[in-house]
Write a protein that binds this ligand. Structure first.
Ligand code: ARG
Length: 588
């Protein structure tokens, strides 16, 4: 559906033109003086210079020339030349009824749907998930859902870190502990066991132990590096161990991401790109895109317009080893071949920005991806504790994701059962749903690139700009609708009528912004704009709720209109939290 603001601008545009001014001046915006008007146009001021006229005169001319006006209700020119607009209440009501009649509440689907890959999550196999990976998962999942919502074909890829030194460390430690395992017997010819020689908790203990040992013991470190090298060159026994590590870890990761309501379409990883590396390197050399620099192979990516130095993208170390950038370039080779995406969005810590600038430039320069390909990096800031330092456990250790979620759920459980009798099982289930909303909203309501403070007390509060507040609002609407049907009424066939009160109209105008907000959130990769919007919408609803007798309304038509509006508001809120990656309980 067209946006309300487009209708306003069309009506204004015709008036500007009729009065002899350029149509391009007819830009409207939500008013920054909501006490005076709902929308405003500053075009008369912008045109004063061109037309050598006082802005107020232009504004008055425009208003006089306004002939077709379905959306524009009251319109006034005020000093020094603002055009203040209030919308026609019937037009707003019919706009909302039209939204309700469409499949997706009026969302305008992109006219040229693209294939978009979102590279997010990015956990490193066999290392426990930490809070940085939490941010990538939450933000990436939301970006993926927003892009889908506006009509694109989207593939989310977890891009596992599954090919590095951590694998060599685990193999080395395992070999020290159980040297008799067949994986370490070079003469072994039989079939390797189907069962992994470790559980996930053992694995999670093996990795840090090995990592600590390697830091202290050079010989151990050499062994681990050599094991990594052998694995990467196809060593049979190590490959079998690697497969066990993958299977055990991926099962555990799936469980973790399930709990977060995060779902990947593709479970590819760095290892999947390895087979493309040799050809890619050959081609880069042959076509002259890469050059040797102190024994290493690099691609220059500095551009004339750069104000700071962008070092070359390294694709091969002097010892022949691949690097992070090599894998990302080869992954693009593989993605182009298998999915032909129009765009790839990478969600990772913002400290990786330079890496992505280098990779993107190298990929375009060398023709690995076409020039017109969209490559965007969405870098996120650090999640800090209340002390302003990166979030840690109370003991100062790295916070594991599972523990963080458990802490929030416990806090939610306390709040839900506080002063109330709720059945234990229901309270637990609700705490899980609301806890997830608290975490995700707490994260997504900040602009992704900024650092933020993870504040359990604030995030779990039922008041203020929080996930639980949004859910509470949805639950409140559900309960009103429930009572309405219990009284013997039907929810279908209802129609929204023109607003009678300021609070009702304000709620309607908020609801009408849905389509616009979703488009902007996609274009700017800004889930925080959806959070800001549902906070405003929830506030507008709660104000209306406190000012209005809804179920006690005697005029049936009026009451039906309220209910229809509530249904729409609930559906918008639900659609928004769905793209943010959480849901609302029935009660709380
Ligand atoms: N595994 C990486 C990390 O933990 C993140 C991967 C980001 N994606 C990418 N294509 N490089 O930092």
């Amino acid at each position: 559906m067209k946006k309300i603001i487009d209708y306003i601008e069309a009506e204004l545009g015709a008036a500007f033109e009729k009065a002899g001014y350029s149509r391009s001046l007819a830009k409207a915006a939500v008013s920054n003086r909501p006490d005076l008007c709902e929308y405003q146009c500053n075009g008369a001021m912008a045109g004063a210079k061109t037309y050598h006229k006082a802005p107020l005169m232009i504004a008055e001319d425009v208003i006089e020339s306004l002939t077709e006006r379905k959306y524009i209700g009251e319109i006034t020119a005020v000093k020094p030349g603002f055009i203040n607009i209030k919308l026609d209440k019937q037009a707003v009501a019919s706009y909302l009824n039209e939204m309700r009649g469409t499949e997706d509440l009026g969302i305008e689907k992109d006219k040229e749907p693209q294939i978009i890959m979102v590279d997010y999550g990015g956990p490193n196999v066999a290392k426990p998930l930490h809070v940085g990976h939490l941010r990538s998962a939450i933000i990436g999942e939301s970006v993926k859902r927003i892009a889908k919502k506006v009509g694109h074909k989207v593939l989310g890829d977890i891009h596992l870190g599954d090919w590095g030194y951590q694998m060599g460390l685990i193999i080395t430690e395992l070999k020290e502990r159980s040297p008799k395992l067949p994986y370490f017997d070079e003469a072994f010819e039989g079939e390797y066991p189907k069962e992994a020689p470790f559980t996930i908790s053992e694995l999670e203990e093996i990795y840090p132990t090995a990592s600590a040992k390697a830091k202290e013991d050079d010989g151990y470190r050499e062994n681990a590096l050599h094991a990594t090298y052998l694995l990467q060159n196809g060593h049979k026994g190590y490959t079998a161990v690697w497969k066990h590590i993958m299977k055990v870890s991926v099962t555990d990761l799936k469980k973790n991401y399930d709990n977060l309501n995060v779902e990947f379409d593709l479970w590819k990883g760095e290892s999947d790109a390895q087979s493309d590396i040799p050809d890619m390197i050959e081609r880069l050399k042959e076509d002259g895109f890469a050059r040797i620099d102190q024994g290493a192979l690099v691609i220059d990516v500095q551009e004339e317009s750069d104000t700071k130095e962008i070092p070359p993208c390294m694709v091969q170390k002097s010892d022949g080893a691949s690097l992070y950038g090599t894998t990302d370039l080869a992954t693009l080779v593989q993605r182009m071949r298998d999915y032909e995406p129009d765009k790839v969005i990478y969600v990772a810590d913002k400290r990786q920005e330079l890496h992505f600038v280098q990779v993107f430039r190298a990929a375009k320069k060398s023709g690995i991806v076409p020039q017109k390909m969209g490559l965007s990096f969405m870098g996120f800031g650090t999640m800090n504790g209340k002390d302003g330092k990166p979030f840690k456990t109370r003991e100062g250790g790295i916070m594991r994701l599972e523990n963080l979620i458990a802490d929030i759920e416990e806090e939610m459980y306390k709040k839900i059962t506080d002063n109330r009798t709720v059945e234990e099982a229901e309270a637990k289930a609700t705490a899980k749903i609301v806890g997830l909303a608290a975490i995700k909203y707490g994260d997504l309501s900040n602009q992704a690139s900024k650092d933020y403070v993870f504040d359990v007390d604030r995030f779990t509060s039922f008041e203020g700009n929080t996930g639980p507040y949004i859910l509470y609002t949805i639950v409140r609407i559900k309960s009103i609708l429930n009572k309405y049907t219990v009284e013997g009424n039907k929810l279908d066939g209802l129609c929204i009528a023109g607003a009678d009160s300021g609070g009702e109209k304000a709620l309607m105008l908020e609801a009408a912004k849905y389509n616009d907000v979703m488009t902007v959130a996609y274009e700017e990769l800004a889930p925080h704009k959806i959070c800001a919007y549902i906070y405003d919408l929830a506030n507008a609803f709660n104000r209306f709720y406190h000012e209005t007798k809804i179920l006690a309304q005697e005029d049936t038509k009026k009451k039906e209109s309220y209910i229809a509006l509530l249904i729409l508001v609930k559906e918008i809120l639900e659609a928004c939290i769905d793209v943010l990656g959480f849901e609302a309980p029935e009660r709380m």
